[in-house]
Design a binder for this molecule. Structure first.
Ligand code: R7I
Ligand code: MG
Ligand code: MG
Length: 365
């Protein structure tokens, strides 16, 4: 589809559908986080997969009041990113830094990344003087390569879906407040682009996974190439990192045998770094377009999240990112209301999504 055609179809996208997709994406982010959190750091056996199947069956069963699953840092920071977009007419990164720090100070036990507290403490001690400086000092000046920028980027993709360059610019700076490593920044941009592409896709038409990946590859190539100094000696591994990972995502689409999980974990990863989690989340979204062995549900939204969790590792974050993409594609209607009821902050997240859409009209940045 040409870019022009895409924007025409976007303009025609009914506001009702957009509202549903905004809600779906942010619900996906919070539900993936809440349901994935109990398994964070686990290695998942085939027995565990049965437990996860029953866990989701129970979460969707209206008979059960409990359990109520709390959210973690992924949602705490996503909330702040929405506020940053809705409360000010122009992007104000000092404001965003304060929002992150306030949330962290209020509830530091939400499972934050181990090194992030240091960034927040430095911001506070310097009275938010240069909010971009503390992140540059992380990990001996290399900056964190964690997935903390990617896990909170969905609202930026939604808000700026009709202004691609602004979206990339804001996502980059919002990430740099805490993560300055190229792997973290490009990972956040890839997640942001994936959410936007899903938002622009028609949920009534079957998604073509190959076309979806090809579009991401083309965009990541531009982003990664822009960083390459033409002098070959100065090129570094991150210059093609995400293009190479997306090639693996593409190759995995063609593999039809039942148990791909070990290969997915080995080739794409399931870790806390952006490099080992963002392409994995995209893979989860694409694989869940069709049935997956031993994941018994007819609901594509649930299948995406349940599959992401069944890969183990950074389950809350990979499920949250995959959920944000799936929800942006499918819309709110795909989300089981019982699942919503069992997760913290989901009712509020629906309002938050509506505010984000209204703010677009109010502050067309
Ligand atoms: O990226 P970040 O916000 O963490 C997000 C993750 C998600 O899974 C959340 O659910 C939560 O559990 O944490 O926080 P950071 O502390 O910046 O990065 C996460 C971790 O990645 C760090 O604590 C390190 O263990 C590791 N890491 C690095 N290790 C060595 N060298 C990140 N960058 C480096 C590095 O350069
Ligand atoms: Mg978390
Ligand atoms: Mg996590």
């Amino acid at each position: 589809m040409t870019i022009l055609k895409k924007f025409i179809s976007l303009a025609a996208m009914e506001s009702v559908l957009l509202k549903s997709k905004f809600r779906g994406s942010l619900l996906g982010a919070v539900i993936g986080d809440c349901t994935g959190a109990p398994f964070e750091g686990d290695t998942i056996t085939s027995g565990d997969k049965i437990v996860i199947q029953r866990y989701f069956d129970k979460l969707e069963d209206p008979e059960f009041k409990a359990p109520f699953k709390p959210y973690t840092d992924d949602t705490a920071m996503t909330k702040s990113v929405v506020k940053f977009l809705t409360d000010k007419p122009e992007p104000d990164y000092k404001f965003l830094a304060r929002l992150f720090v306030n949330e962290y100070m209020k509830e530091p036990r939400r499972g934050y990344g181990a090194a992030i507290g240091e960034v927040f403490n430095k911001m506070r001690l310097s009275k938010f003087d240069d909010v971009f400086k503390p992140a540059t000092e992380q990990f001996q000046g290399k900056g964190s390569y964690g997935n903390g920028g990617a896990m909170r980027v969905a609202p930026i993709a939604l808000y700026y879906h009709d202004n691609y360059d602004a979206m990339l610019g804001v996502a980059t700076k919002a990430t740099k407040l805490t993560h300055t490593n190229t792997f973290a920044i490009h990972g956040a941009l890839l997640q942001c682009i994936a959410v936007r592409e899903a938002l622009l896709a028609d949920p009534k038409k079957k998604l073509d996974p190959e076309e979806f990946v090809a579009s991401l590859q083309e965009k990541m190539k531009k982003i990664e190439n822009a960083n390459v100094d033409r002098d070959l000696e100065s090129s570094s591994p991150e210059d093609r990192a995400y293009q190479d990972k997306l090639k693996i995502v593409e190759d995995l689409i063609g593999k039809s045998y039942e148990d791909l999980d070990e290969e997915v974990i080995f080739q794409l990863g399931n870790g806390i770094s952006a490099y080992e989690s963002v392409p994995t989340a995209i893979h989860c979204f694409l694989r869940a377009q069709n049935d997956i062995a031993r994941i018994e549900t007819g609901n594509q939204f649930r299948r995406t999240i349940q599959y992401a969790i069944s890969l183990g590792g950074d389950t809350d974050t990979i499920a949250s990112m995959a959920g944000a993409i799936a929800g942006a594609y499918l819309g709110e209607e795909a989300v089981n209301s019982e699942l919503i009821r069992h997760c913290e902050f989901t009712q509020e997240m629906t309002e938050v999504a509506d505010n984000l859409l209204s703010a677009k009209g109010e502050f067309p940045k």
